[in-house]
Design a protein around this ligand. Structure first.
Ligand code: PLP
Length: 400
């Protein structure tokens, strides 16, 4: 018998973590490497949030808490959903866990039986299909093409739904494309879902506050209140408040689902860190103005990266609505050769050769379910982004 379980054997290691590890290795060898693989804000957690955590430690808030969150944080989450999304959740309809990632995993483990399907629009965040597999379900991927802004079309959703479809996962703005759904686009998907009452919706709104221009952000339970009773709205403090290391995510949903998720947490993680929960209370209830200021910085970086990539030979980069990622096409480079003679036969080769030649670490589109593309995280300074894009331009120009 093998050490690895059958469930884990179906899972791929995280490709984004692999790129980061390879970049770190090259750095250790003394190479000048720019990592554009990591998905976290380069800004620091605001001072008032850190102070709230320190105060919580001093008050002795250092013990186990309610499994799915302290009442104060659930109240702050409910107030956030009301204030920003027009959604009314009771505190009994809120689940807090160590990161949005755990909220999603708890929901899948709580609800999937063998053979149950989860519709995952591609390009997708790397963890969705593998979390579905670990939970014993079957991911069904449906491509949102570049021509459609990388978004799921209602007809494609309709065609993917079977009697075994239990969930649709939505992620807007998206990791890896930055694409965000308008209210009308969400309504058109809701119209399909109305015909299929067996399908629940898990909407991952983690990048809600990283939205650019005058884009009007919407989440599906707000646009289609009749779906409220089968929607889990997932969000967290990691990206909006630069709190990736604190590990606090939350979800709002119907009480029967939230009760099942608490049952999972009660036998696995127990509560997220008590100290982090108090920090998250301050994040959600405290001043919010820095979020829009930081979003302005991200928007300037997006514009810089999109413009410089479009000046690179063979690359085509559309302008995303949000998040801190771009997802350029390398269709124009397929079949070309590097100076060393390697053939760029896809995005895996592109990412590997770019890292080798110019020390720029990006993630190949194959990891996100749509090729030939690559993902850049632009959550880094403009100087670094400019240098990285210059290197990408030089690399593309060197291909024959
Ligand atoms: N959802 C998406 C789309 C993400 O990109 C990430 C983090 O990269 C997460 C969820 C997880 O966030 P958290 O830090 O809250 O677990």
């Amino acid at each position: 018998s093998t050490l690895q379980s059958a469930a884990l054997a179906r899972v791929k290691p995280s490709a984004t973590l692999a790129v980061t590890a390879r970049a770190r290795e090259l750095k250790r060898e003394g190479r000048d490497v720019i990592g554009l693989g990591a998905g976290e804000p380069d800004f620091d957690t605001p001072e008032n949030i850190k102070e709230a955590a320190i105060a919580a430690i001093r008050r002795g808030e250092t013990k186990y808490t309610d499994v799915d969150g302290i009442p104060e944080l659930k109240a702050a989450v409910a107030a956030k959903f009301k204030r920003e999304n027009g959604l009314s959740y009771e505190t009994s309809q809120i689940h807090v866990a160590p990161g949005g990632k755990t909220v999603i995993y708890n929901a899948l483990v709580a609800t999937l039986s063998p053979g149950d399907q989860v519709i995952v629009p591609a390009p997708y965040w790397v963890s969705y299909p593998d979390m579905v597999l670990l939970a014993g379900g079957e991911p069904v991927t449906v491509v949102g093409h570049e021509a459609d802004g990388f978004k799921l079309k209602p007809a494609a959703l309709e065609a993917a739904i079977t009697p075994r479809a239990k969930w649709l996962i939505l992620n807007s703005p998206s990791n890896p494309t930055g694409a965000a759904y308008t209210g009308d686009e969400l309504e058109a998907l809701a119209a399909v879902l109305r015909r299929h009452p067996q399908v629940w919706v898990l909407t991952d709104d983690m990048y809600e506050h990283l939205i650019y221009g005058d884009f009007d952000y919407r989440t599906i339970a707000e646009v289609a209140p009749d779906l409220f009773e089968r929607t889990l709205t997932v969000n967290g403090v990691s990206k909006a408040y630069a709190m990736t290391g604190w590990r606090i995510g939350y979800g709002g949903g119907p009480k029967p689902l939230i009760d099942l998720m608490r049952k999972v947490a009660g036998q696995t993680t127990t509560n997220p860190s008590a100290i982090s929960q108090w920090a998250a209370v301050e994040a959600l209830n405290g001043p919010q103005d820095f979020i829009a200021e930081r979003a302005k910085h991200f928007e300037a970086r997006r514009d810089l990266v999109v413009s410089m990539l479009n000046q690179a030979t063979g690359i085509r980069c559309s302008t995303p609505e949000g998040a801190f990622y771009v997802y350029p096409s390398i269709e124009g480079l397929i079949g070309k050769r590097t100076e060393g003679g390697a053939v760029i036969d896809g995005d895996d080769a592109f990412a590997a050769e770019l890292l080798d030649a110019e020390g720029v670490a990006v993630v190949q589109g194959s990891a996100f379910g749509l090729s030939p593309y690559f993902r850049i995280s632009y959550a880094t300074s403009e100087n670094v982004l400019e240098e990285a894009c210059r290197r990408i331009q030089r690399f593309c120009a060197s291909l024959r």
